[in-house]
Ligand binder design. Structure first.
Ligand SMILES: C[S@@+](CC[C@H](N)C(=O)[O-])C[C@H]1O[C@@H](n2cnc3c(N)ncnc32)[C@H](O)[C@@H]1O
Length: 290
């Protein structure tokens, strides 16, 4: 993987936030931690354990996601990628990506459809094999031609970002915050890597949608899914760690130092998917009694 110089310059150890040193096929931290470089990708993941129920659910979710990704490869010709791009075009007109962008949990970096010429982009994701099989997907490559090009990418956890503080003007999180082991830690890391006044964009399916409460039909569908999962039908298992309402998302972002600036409900989702543009505020709000 060929990384641009500016991206190399901001890479640090995800724990100590100090520079890493190259040692053969490894990146070495001063205090002894060593990370592999796998097929050219820096694997800076730290979260590794499966003791708690959430850790196990997260791991299962990542495994299910990997299987879904592999299943898509032979179905390439049937997938309407143009529709995927069109479905979110209005989002980035309403909430523009500003300056240097970090796409957390950014998968293959398909967000680059909305990155302007000359704008810097970096992606990170704990899915190490995310670029496997691209060459066998001509339809995918037609829709996202930049997938042929090098990408500034590292494999890491949103909760432990391996970037210098204040390195980005925008942090983008689309359909990911409900997957994180700790959404709060991930937002605090987003806060750290953003410049003062930086922008955070979160896109998410929210419980209760715009109304803030579940419709009878959605409730019934969810009950059927839970029933299928309980009798072992794996396809219906919900691997999300968090199921926030729009208000819960706003509350968490506020607690991590972000104020909402612009809200956009994605068309075609029945007002269930919201995108919020936030601004980084100085300081840290403490709740009464803490
Ligand atoms: C539904 S996909 C969304 C991908 C992409 N953001 C998009 O909009 O196409 C969820 C992504 O979250 C990533 N993910 C899960 N847990 C994560 C974590 N702790 N830190 C960063 N990314 C994570 C997964 O590997 C996966 O690529």
């Amino acid at each position: 993987m060929i990384l641009e110089n500016w991206f190399r310059d901001i890479l640090v150890d995800p724990l100590g936030k100090e520079p890493l040193h190259e040692e053969g096929a490894f990146l070495q931290a001063s205090y002894g931690r060593r990370y592999p470089v796998v097929n050219g990708i820096c694997d800076l993941r730290v979260l590794n354990n499966e003791t708690t129920a959430d850790q196990r659910l997260w791991r299962e979710g990542q495994q299910a996601y990997t299987r879904m990704h592999q299943d898509e490869i032979p179905r390439d010709a049937q997938i309407d990628y143009a529709a995927e791009i069109a479905s979110v075009r209005a989002v980035y007109e309403a909430i523009p990506l500003e300056g240097r962008v970090l796409d957390v949990g950014g998968h293959q970096g398909r967000l680059r459809s909305f990155i302007r010429e000359g704008q810097d982009y970096a992606g990170c994701d704990p899915f190490l094999e995310v670029f496997d099989g691209i060459a066998q997907q001509p339809n995918l490559l037609r829709a996202f031609p930049f997938l042929h090009k090098p990408i500034n990418f590292v494999c890491c956890d949103a909760e432990l970002l391996p970037f210098r503080s204040q390195s980005f003007q925008t942090v983008h999180m689309r359909s990911v915050i409900d997957h994180f082991l700790s959404p709060e830690l991930a937002l605090n890391e987003a806060y750290r890597v953003l410049e003062p006044g930086g922008k955070l964009i979160i896109g998410l399916y929210v419980e209760g949608g715009k109304l803030g409460r579940e419709s009878g039909l959605t409730g019934a569908k969810e009950a059927v899914k839970r029933l299928m999962s309980s009798v072992g039908i794996e396809a219906y298992k919900d691997h999300h760690i968090w199921h926030p309402t729009a208000q819960e998302l706003l509350d968490l972002a506020a607690d991590c130092g972000f104020s909402p600036e612009k809200t956009h409900w994605q068309a075609g989702t029945g007002d269930m998917v919201v995108y919020v543009g936030f601004r980084k505020q100085p300081g840290l709000r403490r709740k009464a009694g803490r």
